[in-house]
Write a protein that binds this ligand. Structure first.
Ligand code: NAD
Length: 437
């Protein structure tokens, strides 16, 4: 099939590349000229494991092409995916200007029947708004489908190629048939394609993300309570997670959820509720607790250093909002960096993939290092913000001799308490007792 994908970010590029991989002829459109030029030269503009192999293979086979022209996109595809940003607006709602602006532009360019597929995460009722924005500009027939995306950054290719489910929201039989045909190669193992109305599809995405954010937040509160009463969250987690009704995943406490989705999606669902006269009390609490959790290490660090961080040097391991991505949007590390900068501390940072994005944001306010040990050299303490695998088994001897004093504030609970005790560190983590050397 001939497919166009408008917006070639984390979702759009993975969607376009994976659809090309199953034999479709895909044109990816983006307004960012620099990004499009990079892709045309064969450069993958983001870090996403396994994407580069598929990207290069499909470019070589001429099944994956790029352009900045929406007009070309409209001419090329029978199915037009919208994978555009829906960032948080000032009032917490989803900013639909990218999606609706593009829909209106599509209306002006439409010459024959197309299926417009919304892959962006959008509030209930957006399909109708998209259809209206297009219909305001044209009499040509078209259908709008809501097809929320559930891929996870860091596992995006695998998630797209082998989805646990595909949700299609549409009332058009013609559009549903086309979508089922397009997705057939991805569900050969029997995972479901769930057909529903547009509103339910739109809400499914927000409900899923908000549920997961709530699960993380619940566990963060249990961890905070563990510290108050001397329980160990690792043990509580093991005891809870073995209950199949609860499950083992998303029970790891830490310094809050971040990323380009959970924070804005929880807020957007809360705001949608408010706009419809429904108060989502649970989401209000999730937002509040997560805001506190993101900075939970700061008062501990301050207390350790007698409320004087001025001139102290901190090493930070991990800047991306989670491992296996270079995405720093709403990353907890940024909140910690901002607080430390306010207190006039020096900060040496290291992340395996996110350094460029952080440099772009903080310029010369931070010291950028080539590896985790260089970051720790002559630092007064180490702060761990992202659970990259390479931080899990460090050379503790080297770390100890690099740091001015053996002090670790771990926001991701990477180390066993017994091990770290033997290594002679002061170690403060989440929901567990503090280890003193
Ligand atoms: P992104 O910011 O990485 O990518 C968006 C792209 O759209 C950018 O490259 C930007 O230049 C481009 N763009 C903006 N306006 C454009 C226009 N008018 N025409 C063409 N291109 C335009 O965003 P993302 O992370 O890929 O997210 C896209 C949507 O998918 C959002 O609604 C998000 O909530 C949702 N989503 C994201 C993820 C994720 O893990 N990132 C997962 C599921 C759903």
């Amino acid at each position: 099939m001939k497919i166009s994908v408008i917006g070639t970010g984390y979702v759009g590029l993975v969607t376009g590349t994976c659809l090309a991989e199953t034999g479709n002829d895909v044109l990816c459109i983006d307004i960012d000229e620099k990004k499009v030029n990079k892709m045309m030269k064969g450069e993958v503009p983001i870090y996403e494991p396994h994407l580069d192999v598929l990207f290069h293979r499909n470019i070589k086979a001429n099944r994956l092409n790029f352009s900045t022209s929406l007009e070309e996109g409209l001419e090329h595809g029978d199915i037009i995916f919208l994978a555009l940003p829906t960032p948080e607006d000032e009032d917490g709602s989803a900013d639909l200007s990218y999606v609706l602006g593009c829909a209106s532009h599509i209306g002006k360019l439409l010459k024959n029947y197309k299926v417009i597929v919304d892959k962006s995460t959008v509030p209930v009722g957006t399909s109708k708004k998209v259809a209206q924005a297009i219909a305001n500009q044209t009499d040509v027939e078209f259908d709008v489908v809501s097809n929320p995306e559930f891929l996870r950054e860091g596992f995006a290719v695998d998630d797209f190629l082998k989805p646990e489910r595909i949700v299609i929201g549409s009332s058009s039989e013609k559009a549903i048939e086309l979508m089922e045909k397009l997705y057939k190669p991805f569900v050969r193992s029997g995972n479901p394609v769930i057909i529903m109305d547009e509103k339910s599809a739109e809400l499914t995405k927000y409900a899923a993300n908000s549920f997961l954010a709530t699960k993380i937040t619940f566990m963060n509160e249990i961890a905070n309570f563990c510290e108050k009463v001397g329980a160990d969250v690792d043990k509580v987690r093991a005891g809870m997670g073995t209950d199949s009704r609860i499950g083992k995943r998303f029970l790891f406490p830490g310094i809050g959820y971040g990323g380009s989705c959970f924070p804005k999606d929880v807020k957007a669902l809360y705001k949608s509720g408010k706009d419809s006269g429904y108060e989502f009390d649970i989401l209000n609490a999730v937002i509040k607790v997560n805001d506190i959790q993101k900075k939970i290490l700061i008062p501990r660090i301050e207390a350790y250093f007698n409320n004087n961080l001025k001139g102290k040097t901190f090493a930070i391991w991990g800047l991306a909002f989670k491992p296996e991505t270079d995405d720093i949007r709403e990353a907890p590390a940024l909140y910690i960096i901002d607080e430390l900068l306010k207190k006039e501390a020096n900060i040496k940072v290291f992340d395996p993939e996110a350094m460029e994005n952080v440099k772009h944001k903080y310029k010369n306010q931070l010291i950028y290092t080539k590896n985790m040990y260089e970051a720790s050299k002559n630092a007064d303490a180490l702060i761990i913000c992202t659970e990259w695998s390479l931080f899990r088994t460090p050379d503790f001897e080297k770390l100890r001799s690099n740091l001015n004093k053996p002090i670790i504030f771990d926001g991701r609970n990477l180390y066993d308490l017994e091990d770290i005790q033997k290594e002679g560190f002061y170690y403060s983590s989440i929901g567990r007792k503090t280890i003193e050397p």
